[in-house]
Design a protein around this ligand. Sequence first.
Ligand code: NDP
Length: 283
Amino acid sequence: MPMPSGRLDADADAPRYAVFGQPIAHSLSPRIHATFGRQLGIALDYRAIEVGRDGLAATLAEFAAAGGCGANLTLPLKETAAALCATLSPRVRACGSVNTIVRNGSGWHGDSTDGAGLVRDLTVRHGIDLRERRLLLLGAGGAARAVLPALLDAGVGETILVNRTPQRADVLADAFAAHRVRACRWHELAACGAFDLVVNATSAGHGATMPHLPASLLAAHAVCYDLSYGPAARDFLAWARAAGAARSLDGLGMLVEQAAEAFACWHGAHPDTDPVYAALREG
Ligand code: NDP
């Protein structure tokens, strides 16, 4: 049987799962899924496999031939993966981004658990009521597209999108115009009033600088959330604290929650995420 690229030689009897991405070496997903499996007594072999967009189709075919049952997709593969799936969940049809695939007969079924992961982290872990919150969403990439429908489903109120490349924010806002969503330009933000919730779904924290954000964006009791975590979330969260945010949160909880949603897709059981989150927080 052909073996996929990566490290699929140990635990030969356990059902195979993986996270594909580029770069992938520092992914926390293998640790998270191994811990979930131990917690629920489910044997699994979950590896990180490095592959770029061009190699994804062949690597997924290899993985399936070697018995791969399911996988996660991360940067830069989420849209490419959607095109390779035989079937897509309604969540993917709403956002065009796949982060979880399940082997289904002779093809892959694509799903997106990022939005559910963010909403669960905000509402269940942090106890935040999202209903009618005025939302500013920074970014219009894959993650922004994945979290917007979930935040709207959770009941957020008027929503403004801003993106470095304004046309991408326009396209996203147009797709959700029926839900009080509109785009604005970055330089117009100061005139947009105050927001209850500001979600940073840009990748600017990975070594770039974000355009200026006025402190006047934050309402009293505003919550600021960066989808990134670790050093990549540092600058945005420092801005949030300096601007007077009541809560400033990073995306580590979302990472654990989207993984738990993927785990439930594959294994039919939802793990307890709190101990895994606490362990990752400790380092
Ligand atoms: P994409 O590459 O699809 O999108 C990147 C977005 O960031 C685009 O909107 C891009 O704007 C914007 N951007 C990039 N650089 C800058 C900059 N210097 N200033 C302003 N905007 C910028 O990435 P994703 O959407 O997949 O991921 C976004 C972030 O979310 C990443 O940091 C990722 O790690 C994080 N993430 C976290 C998850 C979690 O579980 N915690 C899950 C998924 C993502 P433009 O359109 O102009 O290029």
